[in-house]
Write a protein that binds this ligand. Structure first.
Ligand code: GLU
Length: 494
């Protein structure tokens, strides 16, 4: 087998999609597994959809996920440049080459004419519109004259009539297309920029790409690419189209209503790159075993295209992603947990900066809080909600408090009893074990029901029904804070 060379070729038209990261990961792993090269190429030839700064952001986010490339922006390589807008001459030369070979032609139709043509075609009920080839048979002299006059024009592919085009897909098998359904694709636009189709084929060839692994949305473009390879007289790369991502239970692509969809968005939410990658590995691939936790090295070892699932869509299970993230957070050492959280909060979260909290409290206190919630934190962005009561008084819901303690009298009795108890406990005895023991004694003495009493305390102290074990929380809080919050709750129900 010749050297494996895969590529990811994103267009900087917005934030990098999480699905792009999955596809990139598979290309990366396939190249690594086969001692090949992984290339990153920026496909920025669509000037209308170009978003300022998007190319820089996508380069950064790939690195933030811990991935890299052997050739491409920043690192260079033997086929520089890897940014398509810097390769315009190359595409032009190839478009002219096709004209000379009779497989492409100049088209001078104006946008107005084309729009009118499409409108008429739509009226006749055609499912799609197609260029009517008005410029296909222009006289050579006429073309020459119009070019010399500087008349705006494009170059179109001359798609053959009624020809079967077979895409041999490594994952999906053989897929047949008929050239009848293919438009005379514009290859070079009037602004001198190539379209995606011309540029992708030329670059994949010149950069010696052996395997084109990309999302299924590109499958309809593949027959056009196959024609181009044929007309250039080039050998085809191997194609593999990967399932698209969809929300669970829906047959639609990912939706912003359900949460983040960009690779960057998930980092901002507080997902760890290693958890994200592990999750992405399974969106279209499966080792066929029970093993779910994969490091990138293990993935490279086990990855093969034979195990890529043959289907249109792969379920993007956001709950499963949370599960992965909790797993990776839980498995961080205490130091790493602190460092990673700090790094994340400084980089992405404007609402919760570890350093601000440490300035107001002590690092020691902060670390103890972290230790308590370490197991419970699913994503870093939950940190504020999960720990706020350690740093400021909670808003206590009166109805919730009354409901948990049974009624107003019971609530008052519970709160009063524990205010009495806790005010008697001296600072040096203020620890989890002692608080636990003494609190249970009061429970017995007063005949309170465990659940009612401790839930009342929990809500009064934290405002929440679910927290780490009550006496862990109590032991960490200062005595005066505990007393103040219990008094506040008492006035609330009185
Ligand atoms: N520039 C295309 C994109 O934005 C590349 C598609 C392909 O991989 O051929 O995804």
């Amino acid at each position: 087998m010749p050297q494996v060379r895969t590529r990811m070729a994103p267009s900087p038209t917005g934030e990098y999609h999480i699905g792009g990261m999955r596809t990139l990961l598979y290309n990366y792993a396939f190249a690594r597994k086969n001692n090949g090269k992984f290339i990153l190429r920026i496909e920025d030839t669509d000037r209308e959809r170009h978003v300022e700064g998007a190319a820089e952001r996508l380069v950064r986010v790939i690195k933030d996920y811990g991935l890299n490339w052997d050739e491409g922006p920043e690192v260079g390589g033997p086929f520089e440049p890897y940014i398509q807008s810097q390769r315009l001459d190359i595409y032009k030369k190839h478009a002219l080459d096709l004209i000379n070979k009779g497989h492409a032609y100049y088209c001078f139709c104006t946008e107005e004419r084309l729009e009118k043509m499409r409108e008429e075609q739509r009226k006749t009920g055609l499912p799609t519109t197609k260029y009517d080839r008005q410029c296909l048979n222009l006289e050579k002299d006429d073309v020459e004259k119009r070019l010399n006059n500087g008349e705006p024009h494009v170059i179109r592919l001359k798609v053959p009539e009624n020809e079967e085009i077979i895409v041999k897909d490594l994952i999906l098998g053989e897929i047949k297309f008929n050239s009848q359904d293919i438009d005379d694709q514009v290859l070079l636009k009037s602004d001198g920029f190539p379209t995606y189709h011309l540029a992708v084929v030329v670059d994949d060839r010149l950069m010696e790409i052996s395997h084109v692994l990309r999302g299924l949305e590109w499958l309809p473009s593949t027959p056009k690419h196959i024609l181009l390879y044929k007309y250039f007289g080039w050998e085809l790369p191997v194609y593999g189209h990967l399932p698209l991502l969809k929300e669970v239970g829906e047959n639609k692509k990912l939706s912003k209503r359900m949460g983040s969809v960009s690779a960057q968005g998930f980092l901002e939410d507080g997902y760890l790159p290693e958890a994200l990658l592990n999750f992405l590995m399974f969106l279209g691939w499966n080792p066929g075993t029970e093993k779910e936790i994969y490091s990138i090295e293990e993935f490279i070892q086990d990855f093969s295209l034979e195990k890529v699932q043959i289907s249109d869509m792969a379920s993007f299970d956001r709950m499963k992603l949370k599960w992965y993230n909790s797993y990776y957070i839980r498995n961080l050492s205490e130091d790493d947990f602190y460092n990673r959280l700090t790094e994340w909060s400084e980089k992405y979260n404007y609402d919760f900066k570890v350093n601000d909290y440490i300035r107001k409290y002590t690092k020691e206190y902060f670390l103890k809080v972290l230790k308590l919630i370490h197991e419970r934190l699913q994503v870093f962005s939950d940190i504020k909600e999960l720990t706020s009561y350690f740093f400021k008084d909670p808003v206590v819901n009166k109805d919730m408090l009354l409901e948990k303690s049974k009624d107003r009298e019971a609530a008052k009795d519970i709160l009063n009893s524990y205010i009495n108890l806790y005010s008697e406990i001296i600072e040096s005895d203020w620890n989890k074990e002692n608080l636990d023991k003494r609190s249970h004694e009061v429970l017995l003495l007063k005949g309170f029901k465990t659940k009612e009493a401790f839930m009342t305390l929990r809500i009064a102290l934290t405002g929440m029904e679910a927290t780490p074990p009550l006496f862990d929380v109590l032991g960490l809080m200062k005595k005066e804070i505990v007393l103040k919050r219990l008094e506040d709750a008492l006035s609330l129900v009185s």
